[in-house]
Design a protein around this ligand. Sequence first.
Ligand code: S3P
Length: 429
Amino acid sequence: MSHNMIRLEKAAHLRGEMTVPGDKSISHRAVMFGSLAEGVTEVSNFLQGADCLSTIDCFRKLGIEIENTPERILIHGRGLHGLRVPGSVLDVGNSGTTTRLISGILAAQPFETTLTGDASIQKRPMRRIIEPLSLMGADISSVNGNDCAPLRICGRKLHGIHYRSKIASAQVKSAILLAGLYADGPTAVTEPALSRNHTEIMLNYFGACVTSEGTTASVKPDPALHGQKVVVPGDISSAAFFIAAGLIVPGAELLIRNVGINPTRDGILRVAEAMGGNITYLNVRHDGEPTADLLVKHSALHGVTVEGDIIPTLIDELPIINIMAAYAEGTTVIRNAEELRAKESNRIDVMSEYLSAMGCDITPTQDGMVIVGGRPLHGTVVDPHMDHRIAMSFAIAALAAEGVTQITDGGIVTVSYPDFYEELGRLTR
Ligand code: S3P
């Protein structure tokens, strides 16, 4: 990972057409499910970000042949029971999705594995998967006894359970559903609010039997999974940075093509519109995962309250929503988002620290923040704390701030958006 310092200034101009890279959540799942399917899976518009490359690396170590070319990924799946003993520890890098989803699969394999990752991943909570997987009969433990990675996983025969999760988390839900593929009976997960449902959609596409009712998802064990063609939509979580830029930079107009708008992910669009954002959906398509082209125009934004069931649908977008709120008139209140403390960084504390440093009136709370918007902001030096979305959020904040904003370790954006600064440079030139 590069540790380059990135320097940004106010944008005089923001205009043009763009696409964003493939969806990170969907790219991870395509590699995992393709590995567990019989035959070849072909993935196009795969996200070549560091996190998804970590998933490829892990499955290669588990004996899966994966060809990675710029046009497509070919995964030579070996079926549900075809993984092989890895010759070394599996390194998940910075990726929480890789860690938690692969744990559900490894919990059922007839061998032992150790998972580790970078300094950020070694601080992230894993009790949330250790508990349900243990209830299913798995032997999974934190090597350092702190409920974080490294994790040691010894495969076992698993039992189906109905797990009632205290948090709305697609990673927890997916880990349990994947373990459920190997269980001795049906497995169900109920969450307090519906989290992203890409696992449910894609597992069915590969031939599994997953049903959803309200906030409960259930899976039947031992399906025959077959290789498929997967076309990954553009990542709305990456588009979010340019949506915000289009709304806050005076005179801006951006057309962002081929963005995934799955209703379990589109909270950013609903909040941006509630703030007064001018966003037009064009060319809406429903092909497995719904997509649209989004036309975004500079708008006078006003503060809103963001709370309740919408939170899981925009959980990764709250940092950039903070930036929009800082440039909006009036007060924005964010509640029920304590999960922000468990992301790549503690996003409540880190956003509050650097937005304050830019001159914004922001007060952190236990489960969110209160932002009184409309004050002029000025540049500062931001340490993104190994968090790609913190780096990109402040790069966008810089476009409407006075003076220079510097991001130390700006290269962390390669986790989800390798060409982020190049794209921003092209559109502001
Ligand atoms: C993801 C789920 C979310 C999200 C993460 C990707 C996924 O995490 O924040 O970026 O692909 O399942 P949680 O399940 O921890 O909320």
